[in-house]
Design a protein around this ligand. Structure first.
Ligand code: ZN
Length: 462
């Protein structure tokens, strides 16, 4: 038995025992999802902060980009500071269904987020921070919990058919990946093909992370990294590896593995030629970026940079910037025009949904942030560099004008997962010819062809 499987079994047992005594209480309910907290889990930690379990119960399951399996419940262990009104997430668990754990994610560097008045965080904080109820109140709470559980049962029943259908659909497209990746081989040639997931999914940046050597592959599997690797297939048992030309090229992706089928059958694929959008007043994207330590890797498909502690918010949703990477030329077109390069900034929400901000790059002046990155390019593929004394501010990647195009699409690499919110900045940024030619020597053409639009709606800021 592999340790991974044993670990999963232990995790499952632990969670089963939690849910046996859990008192899930709905804090908010809106179309498509319900937010609950477990009153029984609320406790003070050593530092006097309040720790509590909360969860998002989705009406319909969504496909996890990391495992290609669907999940419907995201449970988070949060720590609240009731005095200064901040919270941070310590751990996330994804469940296919009640009690059916899909995977867990420890957050190595929890980020303190301010709680916004009137928003969902506020409701959670008030609920968690209110004083312990007395005897009567406890009884009332447990009655409420019963009602909630009843309601959950109803909801579950109502969704069962749908979920079964979705699951069947998903399992046809994306069978669950092996839970036990093969034992790592001696890393002689260490080709990309053998352990793409492990290689391309390094752990998130930690402040003390100057990695002299790579940890063994299995430790990656155990600590599922925070970083959502838009460009990392998770299946660790692939033979042929996808690429951009020949028999592993984009036309073949959908046939290479069952879990890549969406690349072939999907109806909301990216990239697209952006044209004929509705010109309207779009809500500005709120960028909360700040100077951050970074880790850079050449993962065999692109140059990718992991950062932490940066967020965007839009339409009441908050997404964390997990990584950004580059394509040459730009994958997306605007009114038929291709740009010299594009940066994709991949963000992930609490419930796993992705939002990608695309910044088009055209030949012009030197770009200071890109220069810092190129200065620190790793010498070898799949090795990462974490400069100990350097920070980058992702704000520098953003154009001055913040108008954008938006549409629903997919990852532009296998497994081509859909449901990705695309936010393409209208104003391009500049990159020098020298900087462009450095990237060209590594990746001349790492671009997926334009995908059919299937009359999707496109909106643009006017
Ligand atoms: Zn990309």
């Amino acid at each position: 038995m592999f340790p991974v499987r044993r670990l999963m079994a232990v995790g499952l047992m632990a969670l089963t025992s939690v849910s046996a005594s859990a008192a899930w209480q709905a804090v908010s309910s809106e179309p498509g999802k319900r937010i609950e907290i477990d009153r029984a889990s609320v406790r003070k930690d050593d530092s006097g902060k309040t720790v509590a379990l909360g969860r998002i119960v989705l009406e319909k399951p969504i496909v996890d980009a990391k495992t290609s399996s669907p999940y419907r419940i995201v449970q988070a262990l949060n720590r609240y500071d009731c005095t200064v009104r901040t919270f941070s997430t310590l751990k996330r668990s994804y469940f296919k269904e009640e009690g059916e754990l899909l995977r867990e994610e420890d957050i190595r560097t929890p980020i303190e987020m301010p709680v916004r008045t009137g928003m969902l965080d506020d409701k959670l904080l008030r609920n968690v921070c209110r004083p312990k109820p007395g005897q009567d109140a406890t009884l009332a709470a447990s009655h409420t919990a019963d009602k909630v559980n009843d309601a959950a049962g109803e909801l579950r029943k109502a969704n069962e058919a749908l979920i079964q259908k979705e699951l069947k659909h998903a399992s046809m497209q994306t069978p669950a990946p092996e839970k036990t990746p093969p034992e790592p081989k001696a890393k002689t040639n260490a080709p990309v093909e053998q352990h793409p997931a492990a290689k391309e999914a390094p752990p998130p940046v930690t402040t003390h992370a100057v990695k002299k050597s790579r940890p063994p592959v299995r430790s990656f599997a155990r600590h599922m990294p925070e970083v959502e690797e838009a460009h990392a297939p998770v299946a660790a048992h692939g033979h042929a590896h996808w690429g951009y030309e020949g028999e592993n090229g984009p036309e073949q992706w959908g046939r290479m593995k069952p879990e890549y089928a969406t690349c072939l059958n999907g109806k909301r694929q990216s990239p697209i030629d952006i044209r004929d959008g509705f010109r309207v007043d779009l809500e500005p994207i709120q960028f909360t970026y700040r100077p951050s330590q970074f880790r850079i890797i050449d993962n065999g498909h692109t140059i990718q940079v992991a950062v932490s502690g940066n967020r965007i918010s839009l339409l009441g949703n908050s997404y964390e910037l997990v990584q950004f990477h580059f394509h040459r030329p730009s994958e997306e077109r605007v009114n038929g025009r291709t740009f010299d390069m594009v940066a994709h900034l991949v963000h992930k929400a609490e419930d796993g949904r992705l939002a990608v901000v695309a910044v088009l790059l055209e030949k012009g002046n030197e770009h200071p942030l890109i220069q810092t990155l190129w200065n620190n390019l790793p010498l070898e593929k799949n090795d990462y560099v974490t400069p100990p004394d350097l920070v980058i501010d992702p704000t520098q990647l953003l154009p001055q004008e913040r108008g954008y195009y938006t549409y629903m699409g997919s990852l532009t690499t296998p497994p081509c997962t859909e449901g990705v919110l695309w936010l393409v900045m209208k104003q391009p940024q500049q990159i020098s010819p020298e900087q462009l030619s450095i990237f060209s020597r590594l990746y001349r053409d790492n671009v997926r062809p334009i995908q059919p639009q299937f009359s999707r709606m496109i909106k643009e800021s006017r």
